[in-house]
Write a protein that binds this ligand. Structure first.
Ligand code: ZN
Length: 110
């Protein structure tokens, strides 16, 4: 993949994440603790739903940060280099995850 393709892939992924974030913004709102309008059980459901929505949002934020970092590496010409050993990351791996920061060997070592 050339840099333009990588940039396009990253941008598309980010747009997807931002769209999901906007869709779920409402479910992350603080749960209203109004016992008259919401029964105790449904309030617990709502709080559980909110916690799940917050966890999903956390994952999206992490992924967007990875994309930002990948774009910065494209800018400074280090994209595709393993952050740990400096070897080139396998092209197949970058095709699957253009924001990958480690080569297969280093990723396997954790
Ligand atoms: Zn490596």
């Amino acid at each position: 993949m050339d840099d333009d393709t990588i940039r396009a892939t990253l941008a598309a992924r980010r747009a997807e994440l931002v769209a999901l974030r906007e869709q779920s913004a409402e479910s992350r709102q603080p749960v209203t603790l109004d016992q008259q309008s919401v029964g105790r059980l449904s309030r617990m459901d709502a709080m559980q739903g909110q916690a799940m929505a917050q966890a999903a949002e956390q994952r999206r934020a992490t992924e967007i940060a990875r994309i930002d970092a990948a774009e910065r590496r494209l800018d400074d010409g280090t994209h595709g280099e393993c952050l740990r050993c400096g070897e080139e990351i396998e092209p197949k791996r970058l095709e699957i995850d253009p924001a990958a920061t480690l080569c297969v060997d280093c990723a396997r070592e954790g």
